[in-house]
Design a binder for this molecule. Structure first.
Ligand SMILES: [Zn+2]
Length: 213
């Protein structure tokens, strides 16, 4: 069960106060998807993972937390239009703005996660074109992340799913052909991804589908 409550919140950018909804508890039963999207109930709480100030448009996990973003950036055509991307669902629009804010502040690591959240919102809205676009952006962004991220086997296994879901089959197979870590579950997940890529399969699978019982 997920619980949440409403509370007053002061925006760190424009100082205006608005009402936000805060997640107070949730749970997750069952296997996550291969890109680590959680199972229910947490899966349905995405709309509570970001807040948007109704006055200045600032988007952040908590808009009371300051970031080095300016009102000018938040009112720019680029930001307001999500760089021209027309999403089918407002939640994808909000997560994309979170990505833009974080990139503007040089937090590419967090921006990468915001892009994935936007892609999940597109998945739920059956917005296939933008789901592919966002995952392609993730693949490009991944290679610019700090080396500690790029060598983290869990994030690499997640990247394999991101690549497959946006149809980068040959790149996935090439990148992960010699993948071998000291974690047997991660190795099984990556091998599963390579086999799916060989079949040009962009479907949604869970970690439990990839791991031998
Ligand atoms: Zn504001």
């Amino acid at each position: 069960m997920s619980t949440f409550r409403k509370q007053a919140c002061k925006c760190a950018i424009c100082d205006n106060e608005s009402e936000v909804t805060v997640l107070t508890s949730t749970n997750s039963f069952g296997s996550p998807d291969l890109d680590l999207r959680p199972a229910e109930m947490k899966r349905s709480t995405m709309w509570l993972w970001v807040q948007k100030c109704p006055y200045c448009g600032f988007v952040h996990s908590m808009i009371s937390s300051p970031l080095s973003v300016t009102k000018e950036f938040l009112s720019s055509e680029e930001y307001l239009s999500c760089e021209g991307i027309q999403f089918k669902r407002e939640l994808a629009d909000i997560f994309y703005k979170h990505y833009m804010v974080l990139m503007h502040c040089g937090r590419s690591y967090d921006a990468y996660s915001a892009l994935l959240h936007a892609a999940w919102a597109c998945d739920d809205a059956n917005d296939k074109e933008n789901a592919i676009l966002l995952r392609s952006k993730m693949v490009d962004l991944f290679d610019t992340l700090p080396i500690s991220w790029k060598k983290n086997i869990n994030w690499l296994a997640q990247l394999a799913d991101v690549m497959r879901r946006c149809g980068k089959f040959d790149e996935l197979i090439e990148r992960f052909a010699d993948f071998n870590s000291n974690d047997d579950i991660v190795n099984q997940v990556v091998a599963f991804q390579v086999e799916l890529a060989k079949n040009k399969d962009t479907g949604v699978y869970r970690v439990s589908d990839a791991v031998k019982k």
